[in-house]
Design a protein around this ligand. Sequence first.
Ligand code: G6P
Ligand code: ZN
Length: 582
Amino acid sequence: MVLFNVSRVETTPFGDQKPGTSGLRKKVKVFKQPNYLQNFVQSTFNALTPQNVRGATLVVSGDGRYFSKDAIQIITKMAAGNGLRRVWVGQNGLLSTPAVSAVIRERVGIDGSKATGAFILTASHNPGGPNEDFGIKYNMENGGPAPEGITDKIYENTKTIKEYLTADLPDVDITTIGVTSFSGSEGQFDVEVFDSASDYIKLMKSIFDFESIRKLLSSPKFTFCYDALHGVAGAYAKRIFVEELGAQESSLLNCVPKEDFGGGHPDPNLTYAKELVARMGLGKSNSEVEPPEFGAAADGDADRNMVLGKRFFVTPSDSVAIIAANAVEAIPYFSAGLKGVARSMPTSAALDVVAKSLNLKFFEVPTGWKFFGNLMDAGLCSVCGEESFGTGSDHIREKDGIWAVLAWLSILAYKNRENLGGGKLVTVEDIVRNHWATYGRHYYTRYDYENVDAGAAKELMACLVKLQSSLTEVNEIVSGIQSDVSKVVHADEFEYKDPVDGSISKHQGIRYLFEDGSRLVFRLSGTGSEGATIRLYIEQYEKDPSKTGRDSQDALAPLVAVALGLSKMQEFTGRSAPTVIT
Ligand code: G6P
Ligand code: ZN
């Protein structure tokens, strides 16, 4: 066994290590500054209780983006230096964010050990490569992201840090499955490299009826396409969709994980998942080839998902509502009923209508998956989702891109259980249109203004808050822009009191609520690494089944005009159009 020594290395604080919505995300060059990563890692260890450090088991892996391999070696040495007992690494440093959550919750080591936390190395849907983003976040014992109490403590520590602990271990081979053991003055330290997919697959098999999905996927009537955008989902897609469920290998697009995501932007939306969008017949291409019945994409770390039907886009807000409405029938894990459902504030109210009709507990939380975690730990929520292409359940404490695809495939398999031999296939589009006919439709769109001047974005938001003090003035402006939209009856900044721990989160987005149930929401993104991103969420409810089939951009055009006018978007940002529309 290789012997190691621990040393204390002097360091000085960096002023910019405040974790955002999902950990610390910066350009790779920022992370490459001497001691930058080390300071953050030590500040995290210092923020944890001693039993989660000394003698503990830590998972370290991520979406495989550029700089991950270096980061894994640095963190492993620091883990040994800080007296941890072992580090678990997915083969080649790959573990999707949902798989990390599953590993923390479910995996038992050879000697019965369990992990108490993880460093997830990802900047999620942000591009990767030497000139792009890297990120790190800490997840807790329940498998969910560290709560604000911990991330605040980490940030405080980063401001005063003077030294970090590290061990003089050699670099560990993370390409080969197996255990490497080292010996320090306080005892043994192991690095265990394990298969990235098997724990996760085991969990999925305990949730879904793989046999019925296999029947669907192997039926010649059903065609399928999955785009991993060169993110870590590729490490799971072949194993699950092809090997376990019988899909054709040719149905996988961009499923080889790459450090730079093939130069693309690994965000599963209509703008960035270009190849899939074209293949599904949604782009401008005039291809003669018949698109598949079902398409889906994931982001870099595979917690997000986009679901498409043939020439048909499913909004994430509808997706979670439809999963909730069908879960009990179609997914064995939920057969005893749902404990409750939840959505983030800017997500459309489609889920609210389902919750009301099925008499389910319902929660509206601020943006950020961590808010769902508390509800799930307290047994209050089974299914939840966000407009930002996140959907999941209480099987783990992260959103789960592949789970969402399996949920949709389960619903399709259930609806088609008698149609696969003969009869007309119930399509994704049929499922969505039937849902609208039953529950009404929430027309929904999101406009993103990326990388705008941070000062201008703040001013725009401040003006919108100020405007809220006079609804008369607001309504004068609204009717001046568009005479045929209904009146604003309430406006506020969303504030949330966590029903489990009583904590209060303020300034979670600016809302304008209209008499007919329409909503405009303005928020600043918490996940960017440069400048500011303004998000504008626009929603309108239509109950009349004869009016639920319109094009959503047409239906929402009057509200869009109101939103742009009310916020003076062009005046503040200089932008005449958003960067991305979903
Ligand atoms: C991450 C979180 C999500 C959240 C999203 C918001 O993906 O995990 O829970 O919805 O960020 O991103 P934004 O850029 O809008 O702050
Ligand atoms: Zn992600």
